[in-house]
Design a protein around this ligand. Structure first.
Ligand code: GLU
Length: 427
């Protein structure tokens, strides 16, 4: 009996391991491509992993040592690109998976970057602004040797923002003795950030939702949309979809879920969140526990919070016909199979949330040119990249009779493998 429990726990643990989840999809896509064994080995393995100790003098006078990571999965197509997250749950396999997803994401949308990711194990809710600044600066100094506008360019991710990027940019610039704006993206506009970058991931999710709906022949005015999350991805996607005439029936934050079958007044919800910092108490809605949200009756589900939300434990109770992955890795490989069998269309993370890194690329280009674009130019170029990439992925899915996720991996892996074939293996 207890042996059985251990095995069951082990299989759930494996299911929830993001790197294994990435590797499973990678293997399926590589089989479809008939990928050479050697290249397969290369692309499965992260190029470089750095773990650093970050000693910090806390406000109360004590010293604490935090742990930070930067994983560079692959830089064959260009400098590494990827965010930095601050969270108590950060672990190396997660950062590895997120780094690999960045390689595939940049490749799917055809921007000339490889993939990386960073993380610091800390709980930002328990840290003062000063402590956060010191962590950011010391972490940056510790990983600086592998950063650079032509080497590895960080960006915001979970619990990091424009301010974090400004500190990274300043720390790097002070060390190299010149202002280097292209060292990070997602910076404030005043120091070389791009117009449209803050909204870019949410805007990409909105475009992916629209493209998915079109393929399914759904009517935006009728479809009920459930958005898990209300931050930079979920909140913005909900606002933009609302503006386009979609009916958003549910939104959540870390603490709870709100539901209004008639459709939420999304701008009012966002104003409430700004003022109260939580959805709790929002008047024009029912309040539910978060675990109920994903199973709500709806046509479109946008998981835009974190990994491992749709698993083998809840996949069969999901009612949506279209799932658009705003978060990285919200669906486990086992759950993906169940959803595919049920005929649910899933727009995978490496396509659906690629709007952020696409405008990061635009930001890097603008920094290097020293010439900045209007918001309209940024948005229309983003629109073009997202719509074309969706078409490309949809085409591969049709041609090979695979899910959009496997099609996206196939497209991405094939582009990186082509680079290896052309460049050869350095010796
Ligand atoms: N953190 C975002 C992502 O996961 C953006 C990365 C970037 O812009 O480099 O896609």
């Amino acid at each position: 009996m207890s042996g059985g429990t251990v095995v069951a726990d082990q299989s759930l643990q494996d299911e929830l391991n993001p790197f294994l989840a990435m590797a499973k999809r990678f293997d399926v896509a590589s089989d479809h491509l008939g990928l050479d064994q050697g290249v397969r080995e290369v692309l499965r393995t992260p190029d470089r992993e750095l773990t650093v100790a970050i000693p910090i003098l806390m406000d109360d006078g004590t010293t604490r040592v935090f742990t930070g990571y930067r994983v560079q999965h692959n830089f064959s197509r260009g400098p590494c690109k990827g965010g930095i997250r601050f969270s108590p749950d950060v672990h190396l396999d997660e950062v590895r998976a997120l780094a690999a997803w960045m390689t595939w994401k940049c490749s799917v949308v055809g921007i000339p970057f490889g993939g990386a990711k960073g993380g610091v194990i800390c709980d930002p809710r328990e840290l003062s602004q000063g402590e956060l600044e010191r962590i950011t600066r010391r972490y940056t100094a510790s990983i600086m040797d592998i950063l650079g506008p032509d080497r590895d360019v960080p960006a915001p991710d979970m619990n990091t923002n424009e301010q974090t990027m400004a500190w990274i940019m300043d720390t790097y610039s002070m060390h190299v003795r010149r202002t280097t704006t292209a060292i990070v993206t997602g910076k404030p506009i005043a120091i070389g950030g791009s117009r449209g970058r803050t909204e870019a991931t949410g805007r990409g999710v909105m475009i992916s939702t629209r493209e998915g709906m079109r393929r399914l022949g759904m009517d935006p005015g009728v479809a009920r949309v459930v958005v898990q999350g209300s931050g930079n991805v979920g909140g913005i996607a909900a606002l933009l979809l609302h503006r386009e005439g979609y009916k958003i029936v549910s939104i959540s934050d870390m603490y709870g879920t709100i539901l209004n079958d008639g459709g939420l007044d999304v701008p009012a919800v966002m104003t409430w969140l700004k003022e109260h910092r939580r959805l709790e108490g929002y008047p024009e809605a029912e309040h539910l526990a978060n675990k109920e949200q994903l199973e709500l009756p709806c046509e479109i589900l946008i998981p835009a919070a974190t990994e491992n939300q749709i698993t083998s434990r809840n996949a069969e109770r999901i009612k949506a016909k279209l799932i658009v992955e705003g978060a990285n890795g919200p669906t486990t490989a086992e759950a993906s199979k169940m959803l595919d069998d049920d005929g649910v269309m899933v727009v995978p993370d490496i396509l659906a949330n690629a709007g952020g890194v696409t405008v990061s690329y635009f930001e890097w280009v603008q920094d290097r040119m020293g010439y900045f674009w209007t918001e309209d130019v940024v948005n229309s170029r983003l629109e073009q990249v997202m719509a074309t990439s969706f078409d490309d992925v949809f085409g591969v899915a049709k041609e090979h009779d695979v899910s959009l996720r496997i099609a996206a991996y196939m497209l991405a892996i094939d582009r990186v493998a082509t680079v290896y074939r052309l460049r050869g293996i350095f010796a």
